[in-house]
Design a protein around this ligand. Sequence first.
Ligand SMILES: [Zn+2]
Length: 172
Amino acid sequence: MPQPQFLRKAFGPFVVAPNKEEHVQPFGSAIALMLMASWALKHDIVDVYYAVHSNDAVFHDNHASYFEALHTVTVECEGDEYGVTFHTPYLSINKCAVIQKGMGLGVPFGDTWSCALGGTVHCGVCDPCRDRRTSFEILGIKDPVLYEHDIFAESREEVNILESPKHISVVA
Ligand SMILES: [Zn+2]
């Protein structure tokens, strides 16, 4: 049985994948973020940071208005004092810029995870994997993680990279 994807949709609007619906959990993001808010309030935390970036904004549940609405839900549930604010400091920059920030901070990218499908290695075909691979490719940096499928070696013609890193488009 496929595991529901709470924080990301495994296959977004750019990818035609078999059993796509099985990998998308309706309201999954809201469920996960409300669980996070609940845990935060139990620990006297009202500021939650969520690392979505502008490439993720193809989904409505990654828009700034969505995070404001979630804040409103927490205020309506628990009162003003316990309203949880969801900070999204990378929402205005794309994956390339996030990687560049990470480079500047010395992030060990080999220890980071992007794949929406879980497993022991990145699948290489879900939206987050394609986004990650494409962004590293644009920057001319070798991505140190292992991929089950190499989209560049297996189907280079399926990946359409526009000139500007701000407009990454991955098409299957
Ligand atoms: Zn993946």
